[in-house]
Design a protein around this ligand. Structure first.
Ligand code: GLC
Length: 735
């Protein structure tokens, strides 16, 4: 009986609490004037920009806050700066509604972590959650309530610069990374002062831009949209993300910022999302050049009616939303619902209860660049590194080398390792590759550096000094790649080659005959075919953040055995793009013995490196697959097991990957789909039985009628070390 009473009490208190937030939202809403309601849906960038060129708001931030005409700012940073603005809102404005401060904390606030594409290479959601947790701790101490992250756009085209911001080409891996970041940012209590609201972006389909050209047209079937591009968003909403950001692009003719099917039918109708949606920067204003709005007022009408709640920097809601309501073009109910969503998140963040809890200058001093967060960036960097080639076990290097040449335009770069979207990252905090190697080795090793060439320039006059240095050294470590501003927003490339003369620089260094290691620093897959064919050891380091050099040195000298796996396919040539592992078979799948099949005549028709690929300093062997059953009903599960052995001489970590293929469906199905993976540590010689469960959920897809179902028939299951090197088995689903 006691248990029941306790249970009843807990339920009524929690029901009262939940009811309290909704009641409190409604009580504030009831007091608001039309202008104050509109104000909650207006977001401006503080600091360096307020309002876009069109119809710029001619009032300063303080005046806007005082009059309740703005509800949120982005790009305002610091406990003190945010407190100053918050004070006006909660002590001087009529209704004292707190502001919400947003910022692009994409891979760190001040302590820069590896770029998201690098962290995805760790295939370690727990690690990624910890990274996000640390980023929230640091950013929240500086007055930030809300990050415009995780960016969960699936990217199958590496020409697209924003591939660096996401988790690659696969919706399953991308979903796990999205959920990990939402949990890391929001923690278990969004009202705590060290948790921040997440914002899943860019909703949706942004990574599908034609030609990999940023902001370009997106047009794919609803089936592809739901099965590939929407999956990480759905997973992040189910994980409790507080907000979403609408994307710039159109989808099949309807821009996301005016897309009612997306923002209302799917997001609210199907997914029951009760947070709010913010536009991307002026994406409401861009409905005009998209050609669906005749002016900024019409754009605002389309957006608010579609379900877009907050206007970032377009000045549309600020200038026209009140008139749209007065003219009866936008119903008061639609307006109230958007305001309710914004207030709800502000209440959940605890901003009404304590609007200054993110404004503690002392906490800010202790949290920024703490030794704990720096250590966290190092561990994340280590696990983000992918070993692409290691001929004759060339690596790891011994620590007693006499003379090392560290060369290349990125070997001693202080800013590029931060990557794009580094927010408050500071180059002075970066450990360069050269620094890391020096930190690692004692005085007995002579370490010299020559830049050799620049990243994008065509000058070769620096080659000579670098070549001479290499000739007199035991080994050459060559660091090449892209500058960090060659990926990220508005940074699409029509080629995936190393920029400038870097490849010929590597060729000249290779000609010296000294042992060469190439370290790549880049924000996207690169067509490094010559390097792959000619250089003994190749490491993919992406942009690893402030601990770049120490993490790379740990790997180079064997203090960390690399375990990263590629979250994106590397093409041999840009002409292969889009190239991704979970492609369809077509009616004429490539057959080297048959001319009339789907292939390119002028190159080898396989990726340079496949999805899921990454080497270790040890080797792993896989037994054949054992299935608990060969036949299951549609609502049954089966267990897949393999024995994985560390067959090498070093302890190491392996990402064991499980894929399936639905051999016959009512619609065509991909040749492989990642459905599970596990990262296991095995001591040299150790074996472990790895088990996966294939549940009905893992077999579902949108059938010919767009129902999300399991269909009976034969399936292949694959388990292996990447998406190509796999063991396989067959099972059947029966009705
Ligand atoms: C940018 C980006 C978006 C970012 C926003 C605010 O244009 O598309 O990802 O969150 O503006 O900086």
């Amino acid at each position: 009986m006691k248990k029941f009473i306790l249970f009843f009490l807990v339920c009524s208190i929690s029901f009262a609490q939940k009811k309290t937030i909704e009641q409190r939202v409604d009580s504030v809403l009831a007091l608001m004037t039309l202008d104050e309601k509109v104000g909650q849906l207006v977001q401006y960038s503080g600091g360096w920009a307020t309002g876009t060129e069109t119809e710029k708001s001619n009032e300063g931030s303080d005046a806007l806050i005082l009059k309740g005409k703005v509800g949120s700012f982005l790009n305002v940073v610091g406990a003190e700066a945010t407190k100053k603005m918050q004070k006006i809102a909660v002590e001087q404005s009529r209704l004292k509604i707190p502001l919400i401060f947003g910022l692009d904390v994409i891979h760190g606030f001040r302590a820069t972590f590896p770029i998201p594409l690098a962290e995805a290479s760790s295939w370690n959601p727990a690690l990624v959650e910890k990274s996000a947790r640390w980023q929230a701790i640091e950013a929240s101490s500086a007055g930030i309530h809300w990050t415009f992250n995780p960016m969960v756009d699936i990217a199958r085209d590496p020409r697209w610069g924003r591939i660096m911001e996401g988790s690659g080409e696969d919706p399953y891996l991308g979903s796990l990374m999205a959920v990990a970041r939402v949990k890391g940012y929001q923690g278990n209590d969004l009202s705590a002062n060290n948790t921040i609201a997440a914002c899943i972006k860019h909703f949706a389909g942004y990574g599908g831009a034609e030609g990999g050209r940023d902001y370009n047209t997106v047009d794919f079937s609803e089936r592809t949209f739901r099965e590939v591009y929407l999956r990480p968003f759905k997973a992040a909403v189910e994980a409790g993300a507080a907000t979403l950001m609408a994307s710039f692009n159109e989808i099949g003719g309807v821009p996301s910022s005016a897309n009612k099917f997306l923002l209302t039918k799917i997001l609210r109708g199907e997914w029951k999302f009760d947070g709010f949606v913010v536009s991307d920067w002026n994406s409401i204003g861009e409905l005009i050049p998209h050609g669906v709005a005749k002016d900024l007022k019409h754009a605002g009408e389309l957006a608010i009616k579609a379900g877009l709640d907050m206007d970032m920097e377009a000045n549309s809601y600020y200038n026209h939303l009140a008139d749209l309501v007065k003219e009866g073009k936008v119903s008061p109910q639609i307006l109230d619902e958007s305001v309710r969503r914004v207030l709800r998140i502000k209440f959940r963040l605890g901003l009404f209860d304590d609007p200054y809890k993110y404004c503690d200058v002392e906490r800010e001093k202790k949290s920024i660049m703490s030794k704990e967060i720096i250590q966290a960036t190092l561990q994340s960097a280590r696990e983000s590194i992918v070993l692409l080639k290691n001929e004759n076990k060339f690596l790891p290097l011994k620590k007693d080398l006499k003379k090392i040449a560290v060369v290349g335009p990125l070997a001693n770069s202080k800013d590029n390792p931060l990557g794009g979207w580094d927010q408050q990252g500071n180059p002075k905090n970066v450990v360069t590759v050269l620094d890391g190697i020096k930190n690692k080795l004692g005085e007995n090793t002579e370490i010299n550096y020559e830049e050799g060439c620049t990243i994008e320039g065509n000058e070769k006059d620096g080659f000579g000094k670098a070549i001479n240095l290499v000739k007199t050294s035991d080994i050459a470590i060559v660091v090449v790649g892209e500058s960090r501003n060659m990926s990220g927003e508005a940074s699409s490339r029509a080629t995936l080659d190393l920029p400038g003369v870097q490849e010929s620089f590597v060729e000249e260094i290779q000609k010296t005959g000294r042992p060469v290691i190439v370290i790549l620093m880049n924000g996207r897959p690169l067509t490094i075919t010559w390097i792959q064919q000619n250089v003994s050891a190749v490491i993919e380091s992406w942009y690893l953040g402030i601990q770049t050099g120490n993490a790379i040195a740990d790997v180079l000298f064997g203090d960390y055995n690399p375990s990263g796996k590629l979250p994106v396919t590397f093409p041999r040539y840009v002409g292969q793009v889009p190239i991704y592992y979970n492609h369809k078979n077509t009616g004429r799948p490539y057959d080297p013995k048959n001319h009339y099949t789907s292939y390119y005549m002028d190159l080898e028709n396989t990726p340079l490196y496949p999805f899921g690929y990454g080497l270790s300093y040890t080797t792993f062997s896989y037994s054949d697959i054992f299935l608990s059953k060969n036949k299951i009903k549609k609502d049954e599960s089966l267990t897949v097991s393999v024995e994985v052995k560390n067959s090498g001489t070093q302890d190491g970590t392996e990402v064991v990957q499980l894929y399936i293929r639905d051999l016959v469906g009512s619609v065509t199905r991909p040749v492989k789909e990642l459905k599970d993976f596990t990262k296991i540590f095995l001591k040299a010689g150790e074996s472990k039985k790895v088990e996966f469960t294939i549940t009905p959920e893992k077999l579902k897809f949108y059938d010919i009628n767009m129902n999300f179902v399991v269909e009976p028939g034969d399936f292949k299951v694959f388990v292996g070390t990447n998406s190509v090197d796999v063991k396989e088995a067959l099972f059947t689903v029966v009705d």
